[in-house]
Design a protein around this ligand. Structure first.
Ligand code: MLT
Ligand code: ZN
Length: 461
């Protein structure tokens, strides 16, 4: 049966590369969540917009589900193919197509890695400012599909701020050329923005025009040790009042323990429960003095217990590694990941609320807190104890996530700050979006993808 379906696709698109080797099915059928057993029908590797369109038309006719696929570094199961879907990998569509110096835009294919985008922008003396640890493996198409955030959101915002135009093959097979790089375009609904963050459920991004900007001025990186969680937002307010921040990230001693065990270098001696890595513009020595003043003030207030300022680029990179190495250092512990956000102003009350909740619900389990606290975004990673089966562990985490979702509702937050809903969080969508919103979202889905062939089961059941 599968053979017939694939033979039909091959006869329709004779040049299309299809993979059916078990190793390939396994590789392309899963993302970084590792929770679902991959079971795709096959992997299609189109090289052109026409091939993507051909696949989508064919899938509509044959009622075959498609899973659009980028670097599969996602953490919500958005790129998982576990139900016999055809994976549409954009890996071979990975070129820079155009740079426009006047518009300051870079037009790329969706399969290009974020790091390659950074490099291409730098070649023209500019930057593409969205950045995070998976930069070498994730693809720009996936970044767009999840409206990826990362470590510079505090300065530059999320992916959606940097997309000037998108070409998308919608679920009905239409090719849409959205916004065409315009800065000003007040001509009705912005379908480009609707596509960004839609997790491959409305269309497949086949080309993106990215906005670039000037590189930031010289910067300084500091690592701070904090005595308690209450101090976090006090230190944030203090630093933000005097310095122009590019990043303000936090992690706990448990995160530090794992990242050090994974090869990172300790930068501050002693035991401290919380740490912050911050980067700020440091155009001249005056800023260094201000940073030291602010640091001293934090120490006097009892909000900071120790700190170190990077003295070289290598040291700055080593401090960043303490934060950016966390995900990798936890991977072998099969973490259950919560990626939640509240308004920055609501963070202190929210933290109070959930600290006791998590301590109560996970008494004997390591819970690692880290994330983009300057954006109100926390990553809470619960590590699986060896004694618990995968199923029991996930059941326990799902129970706690329900309670967390209720807390988020009370504080007006979101169950997914930047990883997306995918499969992992779809049961909690109602905690963040109203019934009226979800009904409209379903209507949008039905309009773009009337036969429901695009990434079925993701975002909504
Ligand atoms: C991060 O901020 O490091 C990423 O969102 C990855 C993660 O949450 O594990
Ligand atoms: Zn993150």
């Amino acid at each position: 049966m599968n053979q017939d379906v694939l033979a039909d696709l091959s006869s329709r698109l004779p040049g299309l590369r299809l993979l059916t080797d078990p190793g390939d099915l396994e590789h392309y059928g899963r993302d970084w969540t590792r929770r679902w057993a991959p079971a795709p029908l096959a992997i299609a590797l189109p090289v052109s917009i026409e091939e993507v369109q051909g696949i989508v038309h064919w899938a509509n006719e044959r009622n075959v589900a498609l899973v659009p696929s980028g670097g599969r570094t996602g953490l919500s199961g958005g790129a998982v193919a576990a139900q016999g879907e055809l994976v549409v990998s954009l890996a071979r569509m990975n070129q820079v197509l155009d740079f426009n110096a006047v518009d300051r835009t870079l037009t790329v294919q969706p399969g290009i890695a974020l790091e390659a985008v950074h490099g291409a922008a730098r070649e023209h003396g500019l930057i593409y400012p969205v950045d995070f640890a998976a930069r070498g493996s994730c693809s720009i198409g996936g970044n767009i599909a999840t409206n990826a955030g990362g470590i510079r959101v505090i300065r530059y915002g999320n992916t959606r701020e940097w997309i000037a135009g998108l070409k998308v093959v919608a679920g009905n097979g239409e090719l849409l050329d959205l916004n065409r790089g315009l800065i000003k375009n007040s001509s009705g609904y912005d379908l480009r923005q609707l596509m960004i963050g839609s997790e491959g459920t409305l269309g497949i991004v086949v080309e993106a025009t990215l906005r670039l900007t000037d590189p930031p001025p010289a910067s300084q990186v500091m690592l701070l040790a904090l005595p308690d969680m209450d101090a976090l937002m006090q230190v944030f307010a203090l630093f933000r009042s005097r310095l122009s921040l590019q990043a303000f990230e936090f992690f706990t001693d448990i995160a530090l323990k794992h990242v050090l065990a994974h090869g990172a270098q300790r930068a501050i001696d002693g035991d401290h429960p919380y740490y912050v890595v911050t980067e700020f513009d440091a155009v001249d020595e005056r800023v260094q003095d201000i940073a030291l003043e602010v640091f001293e003030q934090g120490v006097e207030q009892g909000w900071i217990s120790d700190g170190v300022m990077a003295q070289s680029e290598a040291q700055a990179a080593a401090l960043w590694r303490l934060r950016e190495g966390i995900t990798e250092s936890l991977a072998s512990h099969k973490p259950y990941k919560n990626d939640i956000s509240v308004r920055i102003g609501a963070v202190p009350d929210f933290l109070q609320d959930i600290q006791s909740l998590l301590a109560r619900e996970y008494p004997h389990i390591d819970v690692v807190w880290f994330g983009h606290i300057g954006d109100g975004n926390l990553h809470i990673n619960v590590l699986k104890p060896a004694s618990l089966s995968d199923a029991d562990f996930i059941a326990q985490c799902e129970h706690v996530t329900k309670l967390l979702a209720q807390a988020l509702q009370r504080h007006g937050g979101s169950i997914s700050a930047e990883h997306g809903i995918g499969l992992v969080k779809r049961a909690y969508l109602e905690s963040t979006r109203s019934a009226a919103e979800i009904a409209l979202m379903r209507g949008v889905k039905a309009t773009f993808d009337p036969n429901g062939i695009l990434n079925p089961g993701k975002v909504f059941a």
